[in-house]
Ligand binder design. Structure first.
Ligand code: GLA
Length: 400
């Protein structure tokens, strides 16, 4: 079910009476290419999609935040003055606490912790926040790898910026939302999801340099569409595997004597790979070649060469499957189904991996046939029914 502005305004009226002062829309994302590169200070090429988290809100005169979630049909309330103390009092160190929160959130409980975390992070950076009452509702599927949590965080930040009257800058706000996710919720993610949710541009993917946080919109070729292919599989072990991959990358960077794998060229890797054990070398090779592919794919899209961009996406999938080992049977089946269609320029798994979604770049005039074909083919191979949808690239978090 999709959600629109009217839905959250109606929900606000029903729950709080009267009209909201602001309505925020903050999108989920799909990453075209540049996977597991953000925490290596490399390049990513995601787009903000037409699936979003919406907040309708009204300022309060006190420092309380009172929220109703339309998705979970639940209320939550917290005091902005109590957050620093709550954080300080966490008994078992924030990692364990955070992991517990993340597990809760994945089950659909604890959604308000994302709001609290962003408030805590903003206040910690010196923003003096006003309280508000409001409703939250979204249509980014939870746990599918389309960054529903980053969308919720950035929606919260955008709402606070409106009612507390401070300037909205996607870059700094994304860093504070990431801090909330890392330190309050306890998920060790990179910067991609929050940043694209903040800086997305309609009709464009965005090339992000995850070191400088420079963002460059890249137009999507007009005769193409981006298709999200949800395997509907969800894996529980993503967290630990993700953290393990990060440690391997950091170890490889240390061995090469650089700050991050971003600093290693493919030539340098060829010469020095022997210093790493075989598995770490494969992990590093993925990251180093993926950075190259991402820059090449951005250049290909800029010159309207969807075929070249698609080939790079196919290579990316192979590298994620064989070198980084974060794909799954379901993802491979989906990607193979997509790649078998003549209208498909390229397809790959997207996001952290192990389950969730694949993404494909497809000829616009084949979109319907591609959707029917991949749905049937994936179902035939896995006996699971996927969710396939053509998505539109949209703007990042904004007041509407
Ligand atoms: C998750 C993280 C991102 C990024 C991707 C992999 O989505 O939240 O920061 O690391 O995995 O590219």
């Amino acid at each position: 079910m999709t959600v629109c502005r009217e839905d959250v305004v109606a929900l606000f009226r029903a729950r709080f009476g009267g009209a909201p002062q602001w309505v925020v829309r903050s999108p989920g994302r799909v990453n075209l290419i540049g996977e597991h590169t953000d925490y290596n200070e490399g390049f990513v090429l995601p787009l903000a999609i037409d699936r979003a988290v919406w907040i309708a809100l009204r300022r309060r005169s006190d420092r309380r935040v009172v929220v109703h979630s339309g998705d979970f049909r639940a209320d939550a309330e917290f005091d902005l003055d109590a957050l620093a103390e709550e954080y300080g009092q966490r008994p078992e160190g924030l990692r364990q606490r955070g992991a517990a929160l993340a597990a809760e959130a994945a089950r659909g409980a604890g959604w308000w912790e994302y709001l609290k975390g962003v408030a805590w992070s903003l206040e910690g950076a010196g923003y003096r926040l006003a309280g508000w009452e409001g409703v939250v509702q979204g249509d980014v599927p939870v746990g599918a790898g389309l960054s529903s949590s980053a969308a919720l965080e950035m929606a919260t930040a955008r709402g606070f910026a409106a009612c507390s009257d401070f300037a909205w800058e996607p870059g700094p706000m994304a860093l504070l939302a990431q801090k909330a996710e890392n330190q309050w919720v306890g998920v060790n993610c990179g910067i991609m999801d929050q940043l694209i949710s903040g800086c997305g541009k309609a009709g464009h993917a965005v090339l992000i340099d995850c070191r400088s946080l420079d963002t460059q919109p890249v137009p999507l070729p007009p005769e193409t569409v981006v298709v999200v292919l949800d395997t509907t599989t969800r894996r529980g072990l993503v967290e630990s595997a993700y953290n393990q991959r990060r440690s391997q990358c950091e170890a490889a960077a240390r061995t090469f004597g650089v700050q991050a794998l971003r600093d290693v060229s493919p030539q340098q890797f060829q010469c020095q790979a022997g210093q790493l054990d075989a598995e770490t070398a494969r992990r590093a090779r993925h990251v180093i070649t993926e950075n190259q592919r991402t820059l090449q794919a951005a250049a290909a899209l800029r010159r309207g060469d969807a075929a070249a961009a698609g080939r790079l996406m196919n290579e990316s999938h192979q590298s994620l499957r064989d070198d980084y080992e974060v794909s799954s049977e379901a993802l491979d089946a989906m990607v193979e189904a997509a790649q078998a269609h003549p209208g498909c320029y390229g397809a790959r798994m997207t996001g952290a991996g192990f389950g969730g979604c694949a993404v494909a770049l497809v000829r616009a005039d084949s979109a319907d046939d591609f959707t029917r074909f991949t749905t049937a083919e994936y179902t035939r191979r896995t006996e699971k029914v996927p969710t396939v949808y053509v998505c539109r690239a949209t703007n990042g978090a904004e007041l509407t």
